[in-house]
Ligand binder design. Structure first.
Ligand SMILES: [Zn+2]
Length: 336
């Protein structure tokens, strides 16, 4: 630790951001090859559109996307905005973790956990799929995190939390079948709850789950509104949500006396990026499905099936990592 303290602060910050960007770049590969089932360690990266192998300077996080103006150098097809978004989110979250928890073993574990969060949210946003392996690695990381006394609970409670988290989501999902005639949540969401239970223990999971349902409700509103009003009043609804979110943030800041606005902004930016990215994908998906469904009926059911719950769980968990005390405070203020 002493050796690190000799280094100037700016050097460490740049180093942390670079690690975040590189991890984000690696995550993009993990996400896409996880979805396509390819082996990601032994094959070189290539353009997903034209399969042309990429040279090293086309693989620089963030910069390559900017210099190539978002287009493949060979086929000139658009490169998915997913690449720079994941890289940027990862860098910002890594920096926020370092700023709050310093250069510690806890930070290293949180980096691994946050990277897995991003991968899980991204696969869910892209294909409404959760890769089992990502969730299992998250669970093992969570148990190890608490076994080393770096986390939120004891090792035993971590294991209990994982099982209880999984079972709670399964029960909720099956209860959903009574009202929606299909599972309220996908099997993947139970796997995320398994991982979150291992990281936070069951007590904190009982805060994360309702918070994620609130986040899900906020994200779903424009989609449901869009369905109800056939796009006409979407703008109006979006502005309502914007006002609601702004009020929510103002209340949030005011209820927290020892609040760090810098870190708040750093955490909220990637969370908003994830939200907006999810929203864009869902709306695109909805348009696409609507075209197909215009021929055959049964629209209502599909609207609910379109909303992945994973990103809301992940966003809720990210907020909990940085704001557990504040969230507890707000809940207590709300109750009393
Ligand atoms: Zn290409």
């Amino acid at each position: 630790m002493n050796n690190i303290n000799i280094l100037p602060q700016w050097f460490i910050i740049i180093y942390v951001i670079l690690i975040g960007l590189c991890c984000g770049s690696f995550l993009n590969v993990v996400i896409l090859r996880g979805l396509s089932g390819e082996n990601f360690i032994f094959s070189r990266s290539k353009c997903p559109k034209c399969n042309h192998q990429l040279t090293w300077y086309m693989n620089i996080p963030l910069l390559s996307y900017i210099f190539l103006k978002g287009k493949c150098a060979f086929c000139k097809e658009h490169i998915s905005i997913q690449y720079p978004l994941v890289e940027l989110s990862c860098a910002i979250l890594f920096y926020a973790t370092y700023a709050v928890f310093g250069l510690t073993l806890k930070t290293l574990f949180l980096w691994i956990i946050l990277a897995l969060f991003l991968a899980i949210a991204a696969t869910d946003i892209l294909k409404t799929v959760i890769i089992d392996t990502h969730a299992y690695i998250l669970t093992v990381a969570g148990i190890l995190f608490n076994t080393l006394n770096l986390g939120y609970t004891t090792a035993i409670n971590s294991i209990i939390g994982a099982i209880a988290g999984f079972l709670t989501m399964e029960i909720l999902a099956h209860l959903g079948t009574i009202f929606l005639k299909h599972r309220a949540f996908g099997e993947g969401d139970s796997l995320i709850a398994l991982g979150l239970g291992a990281i936070f223990g069951f007590k904190i999971l009982l805060i994360i789950l309702p918070l994620s349902i609130l986040i899900q409700a906020i994200t779903s509103l424009p989609i449901l509104a869009c369905e109800e009003f056939k796009n006409k009043n979407l703008k109006l609804f979006l502005s309502y949500i914007f006002v609601f979110l702004s009020l929510f943030i103002v209340v949030f800041i005011n209820t927290c006396p020892n609040f760090n606005p810098k870190i708040y902004i750093l955490v909220v930016i990637p969370v908003c990026i994830l939200l907006l990215y999810a929203l864009k994908n869902i709306l695109d998906d909805l348009k696409h499905k609507k075209n197909i469904l215009e021929k055959n009926e049964n629209q209502k059911e599909s609207v609910f099936k379109l909303l992945p719950f994973g990103p809301s769980l992940i966003i809720s968990a990210i907020l909990t990592i940085f704001y557990l005390d504040k969230i507890k405070e707000i809940i207590l203020n709300f109750i009393y």
